[in-house]
Design a protein. Structure first.
Lengths: 529, 303
């Protein structure tokens, strides 16, 4: 029986605790009385994944069974989450492959010839053929690539359909193929509460024209948090768009949830509570840390990027988008939710090597900021883990390093935009349109493997809520120049970071450390602790 | 580089516990599941070679040491003359000296076939302690956390091994006996073997909790074997447990006074409680730490 997550109070018995820091990790002593939020242990997977998929397809929520929606001569589009999910990538076979194969078997039985499979990558980079194959599997890849297994191209004007406006005057513009299909089947992997629902189709298959309505600094500041759908303006906007979308195309949503098995068994110590480490765990930690620290950077990156998570599937729901997503959220909460009493003065986060946008790539400073201030800071429902005006201490080396293949516009954003202002609102007004419409960035997005020109702006907007909320952001071990460019401060050690934060939070601050990954979602109630 | 390695090793070592017994932070205790205890294998410690080694260690090393460090008085060993099968020796327990006193006073033929029940969570939590105690004292693990009784003691009795058990479960913190648990009585009833009560006096005064060596000055310690007790027809093991506790009380009284006076008091229900007087803790410790009165020298026949 997996144990629930809990909040540890550091006492003299507490050993040093594991903290991620980019492509490394270390043990860190925390002051007595600090709170540490541990995620629940991994839930068991469903006993038979294929059976669970079939059950979901044959007994969907608020929908006819999939076979009765399929017929010869129809246009069927299957869209799926791109490589930004799950993190780390899932050990093969990927759950999307298994679900797509089941859907296709039903389609074949019904005699459906016109099938297109689209990666719902929105303004993310295109996936390489190998990356596509890793997700959909060899059979699907061989049958459909390259003509009918494609990356979504949000700049292909001829293949976008404007479906209308929402009641809030937001454009709904998505893939024409998806919008004009007789049935749109969406295959999702739900790693955190933010994923899924109408966000899958209304965002994953949308163009810049549509995305700009919710991917902006105002919406982001008022999404409190992204992990709480009912308090997220981002999600409210996606849901409004979804309602418009559902007036044009029948959507059959398939959502899958994973447990917390984020690391391979040889790195088991990464998911164990430190006082439960065996001698083997301790030896593995020491060996792994020394080995990683001594490795050349290239080999180290290769090692981390090749890591595959042995995730187990905790459930599959299919049918109408909203009831399916409610069932998904229930499972995600069961795996990740921990009750926390009150906020603290300081929030400590250890950022790992991977975020949704640097799979097989480099985590540049903007992505590191987005991971910490965008994703980890938002892992709450209720209220943030840190009080208004408090401090965030992030652990990451923040190397001044960019992939010119994947993140070309990030390089210019970092040099040209952040050197002028770090205020998301100012940046948005002054620079966004220029980057979003730059023909060179659009060309790279469409023909190479580059994120869209506007993408770094979105990453910065993800940070907007945290930047608006806290008084101080300090990076432990961060490259000083890179951190300074982002308008933040760098400390050489955790003790120094606390010393620096004392200007904001005093000399005896309450401290909370979010012990993640694996993911943990804090339900914060009560007042300041 | 080497300094960072040293730092890493030191940090990992902060979480290291030689005993292998996990010590969760207090706030983590409600969420902690202690790993299921696996019984430490001790069959090897009862092999012919181990028995020979133990006898050599006990006879050649420990016995002279005990006799050198304490003033030992052993009484009642003749009760063993009438016994030939396995028995359960049941003794009061207030010192790590107790096992050594028992084993070093047993006749060699008994010593070769006796095993000692020892707390699994203390003696068997670290391999080096488990191996050492199993070799020198022929210990086998006993779970004292209310977990079901292991099959090992039953198996040992069936194989003809006698057992030493301390039914209080742990060393007395003040030298007086604590509540006796019924494990030994149930075991005796189940295996049909007699129980030999053994009163140990002076070991608390000589080497109480917290000491690793007897006090200097050869403090007096007494080991007194009592008459065997057997389960009577129709008797419940619980009643046998009561009789064992009473017999030990009488034996302690006998050691303090004399056999006949103790018998008289026992017959009249006036045996002083072995659990001691109901007074402040310091007074209980004070009295126990005095130990038995030193043995008076025999009056010289010739001056």
């Amino acid at each position: 029986m997996p144990r629930p997550g809990f909040v540890l109070e550091v006492d003299e018995r507490t050993p040093p605790l594991l903290v991620h820091s980019g492509e490394s990790f270390r043990l860190q002593d925390f002051p007595l009385g600090s709170r540490v939020i541990y995620p629940p242990e991994s839930l068991p997977g469903v006993p038979d994944v294929d059976e669970a998929i079939e059950q979901a397809l044959l007994h969907p929520l608020d929908s006819e069974p999939l076979p009765s929606l399929l017929r010869a001569g129809m246009r069927l589009t299957i869209a799926f989450d791109d490589l930004s999910l799950p993190l780390p990538p899932m050990r093969k076979p990927d759950i999307r492959q298994r679900v797509i194969e089941h859907v296709l078997e039903h389609a074949a039985r019904a005699g459906v010839d016109d099938v297109q499979i689209i990666a719902a990558n929105a303004l993310h980079r295109r996936m390489t053929p190998d990356e596509l194959k890793a997700i959909v599997g060899e059979r699907v890849f061989r049958s459909f690539f390259p003509d009918n297994l494609v990356n979504f191209d949000a700049e292909d004007r001829a293949n976008l359909a404007h479906l209308g406006m929402t009641e809030e005057n937001e454009d709904v513009e998505i893939s024409k193929r998806a919008a004009e299909s007789d049935l749109l089947v969406y295959v999702n992997v739900n790693l955190v509460a933010m994923d899924g629902g109408w966000k899958s189709t209304a965002i994953g298959l949308a163009s810049y024209n549509s995305l700009r309505h919710h991917h902006n600094s105002h919406t982001m500041v008022h999404s409190r948090s992204f992990m709480d759908r009912h308090k997220s303006q981002l999600h409210s906007s996606a849901w409004r768009m979804g309602r418009v979308l559902s007036g044009h195309v029948k959507v059959f949503q398939i959502e899958t949830t994973l447990n917390n098995d984020a690391f391979p068994s040889q790195y088991g110590f990464l998911t164990k509570r430190e006082w439960e480490w065996s001698m083997r765990d301790q030896a593995t930690f020491l060996g792994a840390k020394r080995g990683i620290d001594l490795m050349p950077a290239k080999a180290r990156r290769k090692l981390f990027q090749s890591m595959e998570a042995p995730y187990l599937v905790t459930g599959i729901s299919a049918g109408a988008v909203e009831p399916v997503h409610d069932a998904t959220l229930e499972r995600v909460h069961r795996q990740q939710l921990v009750d926390v009493d009150g906020q603290s003065d300081v929030l400590v986060l250890g950022l790992p090597y991977l975020c949704p946008y640097n799979v097989n790539s480099v985590m540049n400073p903007i992505l590191a900021a987005c991971l910490g201030l965008g994703y980890f800071f938002n892992m709450y429902v209720g209220q943030p883990l840190v009080r208004k005006g408090g401090a965030i201490i992030l652990n990451h080396p923040v190397p001044w390093e960019f992939s010119t293949l994947h993140h070309p516009s990030y390089v210019d954003f970092f040099d040209e935009v952040l050197s002028v202002s770090t205020d998301p609102k100012v940046i948005e007004q002054k620079f966004e349109e220029q980057y979003a419409t730059d023909p060179w960035y659009i060309h790279l997005y469409r023909t190479s493997y580059a994120y869209h020109g506007v993408h770094p702006f979105y990453m910065w907007y993800w940070c907007a809520h945290a930047l608006d909320h806290v008084g101080d952001v300090i990076w432990v071990g961060g490259d000083r120049r890179a951190v300074a460019r982002m308008g933040m401060r760098s400390a050489s050690s955790f003790a120094d970071a606390l010393e620096m934060a004392s200007d904001t939070v005093g000399r005896s601050p309450s401290i909370t450390y979010l012990h993640s990954p694996p993911h943990v979602l804090a339900r914060v109630n009560g007042s300041h602790s | 580089m080497s300094s960072s390695l040293v730092r890493d090793v030191k940090q990992v070592a902060r979480g290291w516990r030689w005993t292998h017994r996990q010590l969760p932070p207090r706030s983590a205790e409600p969420h902690h599941v202690f790993p299921e205890a696996r019984e430490f294998p001790t069959d090897w410690a009862r092999s012919r070679v181990a028995v020979a080694a133990r006898e050599a260690i006990l006879r050649g090393g420990l016995t002279p040491l005990v006799r050198h460090e304490t003033t030992l008085r052993v009484e009642g060993l003749d009760v063993l003359d009438d016994l030939d099968g396995p028995v359960i020796f049941v003794a009061n327990h207030s010192s790590h000296l107790d096992t050594a006193l028992l084993l070093t006073t047993l006749p060699p033929e008994w010593l070769r076939r006796v095993a000692v029940g020892a707390a699994a969570d203390y003696f068997f939590d670290a391999w080096w302690r488990a191996v050492g105690s199993a070799l020198v004292f022929a210990t086998f693990p006993i779970e004292r956390g209310g977990v079901g009784l292991s099959e090992t003691p039953t198996k040992l009795l069936a194989q003809g091994w006698s057992l030493v058990m301390f039914p209080e479960g742990t060393r007395s913190p003040d030298g007086w006996t604590r509540r006796f648990r019924l494990g030994a009585a149930y075991l005796a009833a189940q295996a049909g073997v007699p129980v030999v009560p053994v009163a140990l006096r002076g070991s608390f005064a000589a080497m109480p909790r917290g000491r690793g060596w007897p006090k200097p000055g050869r403090p007096p310690v007494h080991v007194r074997y009592g008459r065997p007790l057997r389960l009577q027809p129709g008797e419940e093991p619980r009643a046998l447990g009561g009789r064992i506790a009473s017999a030990l009380g009488t034996l302690l009284d006998e050691d303090r006074t004399d056999w006949y006076a103790a018998q008289l008091r026992a017959a009249g229900g006036g045996t002083p409680a072995s659990s001691g007087p109901d007074v402040a803790r310091w007074r209980r410790v004070w009295e126990s730490s005095a130990g038995p009165a030193p043995v008076r020298r025999r009056p010289r026949a010739w001056r």
